[in-house]
Design a protein around this ligand. Structure first.
Ligand code: NAD
Length: 273
């Protein structure tokens, strides 16, 4: 392996759950640009087909399968479809997830009257929506002898971010899971498969749009507070996650496992002083 092809994903079949989302668009583009074949799993058929068409228009290959990441049977059938078409699975990006509005605690609400159901939904989607795909695709990924799994965490797993408790608990649980699973996998598979996470800072996407922007497009007080507390004084762009993702999926990070890579414009290390 020369230095120049260390970051190559040439011919690698990489499942991207939530590849239909805003950050997912960057993940799909990044994988395809490095020669990989993104397999987009999500629930928005129109967006999924759009993403596949974009990759193909640029000379690459991609495939969409409509799947709910919480439904194991649907994931198993997707796995069989992928193996039938491509014969292997090299990697997995767990991009499906996000905040759930009913799991948000508004500042005016009683802190002792949490919407437990809403918070459970957010916890389940983010945590189990990551673990179940790993259970289903992991054994195939390990077979390649060189597999990589990337989870998506959040700065809310490290700092207390008001309102989004269920979501934050889901992401904090992903952090622990990533470390725990990295060790237990290494004990059984050595360096044949690894698992890491990316911790994005704040990116404007559909899941947080109503929290961060008003109808006229201006920032809410919360949006302004985020900018104020982000040393780079701006939100991130989805393309700015591509470097970390390609590194974690490629041989360039072969000796890296159980790590959480922050891409946050300095938000989590900022004391504000
Ligand atoms: P998004 O809503 O644009 O994308 C999420 C995608 O996941 C959507 O396409 C959605 O349809 C899909 N999805 C949701 N539930 C699903 C299910 N049960 N089965 C299959 N697909 C499902 O939001 P995004 O910001 O692009 O989020 C991507 C990931 O990044 C999420 O895990 C999110 O928590 C995380 N994240 C986002 C930010 C941010 O600032 N936007 C920050 C930190 C972490």
């Amino acid at each position: 392996m020369g230095q120049s092809d260390m970051f190559s994903l040439q011919g690698k079949v990489i499942v991207v759950t939530g590849g239909t989302g805003v950050l997912g668009a960057g993940f799909v583009k990044g994988i395809a640009t490095q020669g990989g074949i993104p397999i987009i799993l999500g629930q928005n058929v129109e967006k999924g087909n759009e993403r596949v068409a974009e990759v193909k228009a640029n000379g690459g290959d991609a495939h969409f399968i409509s799947v709910n990441v919480l439904e194991e049977a649907q994931l198993v059938s997707a796995k069989n479809e992928i193996l039938g078409k491509y014969g292997k699975i090299d990697g997995l990006v767990n991009g499906a997830g996000g905040n759930i509005p009913s799991g948000v605690l508004q500042p005016t609400e009683d802190v002792f009257n949490l919407n437990i159901d809403g918070m459970k939904d957010a916890l389940v989607l983010n945590l189990w929506g990551t673990i179940i795909p790993v259970q289903v695709f992991g054994p195939e990924i390990a077979k390649t002898g060189n597999g990589s799994i990337v989870n998506i965490s959040s700065v809310s797993s490290k700092r207390a971010i008001t309102k989004v408790l269920g979501y934050s608990m889901g992401k904090a649980a992903i952090d622990l899971y990533t470390k725990w699973f990295a060790i237990e996998m290494a004990n059984r598979y050595g360096d044949k498969i690894r698992i890491n996470s990316i911790m994005p800072g704040f990116f404007l996407t559909s899941q947080n749009k109503t929290l961060l922007t008003n109808e006229d497009g201006s920032y809410t007080d919360r949006g302004n507070a985020i900018i104020r507390n982000t040393p780079y004084k701006r939100f991130g762009q989805p393309d700015e996650l591509i470097g970390a993702l390609v590194w974690l999926l490629s041989d360039a990070s072969k000796f890296v496992t159980g790590m959480d890579i922050g891409v946050d414009g300095g938000f989590t290390i900022n004391s504000g002083v």
